[in-house]
Design a protein around this ligand. Structure first.
Ligand code: 5IU
Length: 250
């Protein structure tokens, strides 16, 4: 795509969904484009991290199924922190089944994702109608392209995923490692300031690279923050590096 470099203010005007508006409004008011992926086992640890880094992020991304002691009380406490610190909750469920099954996974089971998540990720592998089951209230972020070595999300897959995403009123953007049409928000994981890869196929880029080359909107940082000796200090560092990269490249 030859994508114009839009500011968040300009992007805000293109949004039709309340969740994408909210994300950009939070970004502008807190001067951050950082989403922290808190991929840890204990709910207590997630709540502590949320409290420490909440001022510096637009959202916390979770994998509810990693948490060993997931509970309604955990959700209640996390929502409380999210309201005080003004960030959203993003469940990285990566749905990938037929619509009927996805609907049950979204509403039911232990996690009852539809009760608390502001955003969810979904593959588009099952086609357009499989995405309708999430309804209009939640912001759906589709997976157009993955960050890992050898991913099957080639150009053909990506362009089909983007086409479907552009048509769906509940899809606010995509996870990808390259430019998107300006109506879709771009979420980019695989961001780390010190590592270039892990031993399990992950490939990392710097905030500067993903803003200059992909025109990303939101960086997603996992281990760079939750594994740090001082997660608060690292969240501030990623927040500042992300905002600097945005200002330089918009
Ligand atoms: N994630 C990726 N790459 C992808 C997709 C999701 O890393 O292409 I789609 C998730 C996995 C993890 C987080 O929850 O983003 C990145 O964490 P690290 O910064 O620790 O690699």
């Amino acid at each position: 795509f030859s994508v114009p470099r839009l500011t968040y203010e300009e992007k805000l005007k293109l949004q039709n969904h309340p969740i994408s508006k909210k994300l950009i409004e939070i970004a502008l008011s807190k001067k951050t484009n950082l989403i922290a992926s808190l991929d840890t086992y204990k709910s207590e640890e997630i709540l502590k991290l949320a409290d420490q880094i909440g001022d510096f992020i637009v959202a916390i991304k979770l994998h509810a199924d990693i948490i060993t002691d997931f509970s309604e009380n955990f959700v209640y406490e996390l929502k409380k922190i999210a309201a005080i610190k003004n960030f959203l909750l993003f469940e990285d469920r990566k749905f990938g089944d037929i619509g009927n099954t996805q609907q049950m996974q979204f509403n039911g089971g232990v996690y009852k994702i539809s009760d608390w998540a502001d955003l969810v990720t979904s593959h588009v592998i099952a086609g357009e109608e499989s995405l309708q089951v999430f309804g209009e209230e939640i912001g759906v972020v589709t997976i157009a392209e993955m960050s890992s070595k050898g991913t099957l999300t080639d150009e053909n897959y990506k362009s089909k995923a983007i086409n479907i995403s552009s048509k769906m009123s509940n899809v606010i953007g995509c996870v990808a490692q390259s430019k998107l049409p300006p109506s879709l928000l771009l979420f980019t994981p695989g961001v780390n300031l010190t590592e270039s890869e892990d031993s399990k196929g992950q490939q990392f880029n710097t905030p500067e690279k993903v803003f200059s080359d992909y025109h990303t909107d939101f960086i997603i940082v996992g281990r760079g923050i939750y594994r740090a000796k001082n997660p608060e200090q690292e969240a501030i560092r990623y927040k500042e590096e992300g905002w600097k990269a945005y200002l330089k490249n918009c």
